[in-house]
Design a protein around this ligand. Structure first.
Ligand SMILES: CC(C)(COP(=O)(O)OP(=O)(O)OC[C@H]1O[C@@H](n2cnc3c(N)ncnc32)[C@H](O)[C@@H]1OP(=O)(O)O)[C@@H](O)C(=O)NCCC(=O)NCCS
Length: 162
């Protein structure tokens, strides 16, 4: 089940993010922890959201997602981070998280959802995960994250609600 991330569980989400391997531990604290602090303090723009997936109402987060509308274009949203606890990956939680974001964007009148990820072989399963769910690769910025680690941009058109 989904619920908004609470300020008290930021350390849990930072640890979860570090455990997924997308951040080094210090980076997780600085990047995700910093953004969550700003979010909870109301310092980010309207529409920014961090949601967690739990097995039960008072259970710990198993996965989380952070997304926001971009200020630069109308109806365009960015999925900034998505992660599932390593021992729970491959069981459909990522699918639920992605569908939650798409439904949210759709009901907010959004038309395009963008995701950026790494071009390295370690992220092959992640890129397949997006491609299989209807995301088109729109471009690569070589050496973006580091030498030999490019940024791959994915986009999916979000249909209007019927
Ligand atoms: C990418 C991620 C969010 C997917 O979540 P998930 O709960 O494992 O995804 P699901 O169980 O819904 O779907 C599994 C699918 O994703 C792929 N996948 C990606 N990473 C996987 C992993 N580490 N373990 C198992 N499957 C993985 C599988 O190929 C599978 O494909 P299928 O649809 O053909 O079965 C999750 O694997 C994760 O947290 N990865 C590490 C963090 C990360 O890289 N985030 C994205 C940064 S851009």
């Amino acid at each position: 089940m989904f619920r908004p991330a609470s300020p008290t569980e930021t350390p849990v989400l930072v640890a979860l993010a570090a455990a997924t391997g997308i951040f080094q531990p210090q980076e997780a604290e600085l990047l995700l922890g910093g953004v969550l602090d700003d979010l909870h303090a109301g310092r980010l723009g309207e529409g920014h959201s961090a949601q967690v997936w739990t097995d039960s109402a008072d259970g710990p987060p198993v996965g989380w997602v952070y997304f926001a509308p971009t200020a630069k274009a109308d109806g365009v949203w960015d999925l900034w981070w998505i992660g599932v606890a390593p021992n729970r990956q491959g069981q459909g939680v990522g699918d639920e998280l992605l569908r939650f974001v798409e439904n949210h964007v759709r009901s907010a009148g959004g038309r395009l959802l963008l995701i950026e990820t790494s071009s390295t072989p370690a992220f092959d399963p992640v890129r397949r995960f997006y491609a299989k769910r209807g995301y088109s690769e729109c471009g690569v910025v070589p050496d973006f994250y580091a030498e030999g680690d490019g940024k791959v941009i994915y986009a999916k058109k979000i249909a209007a609600p019927v």
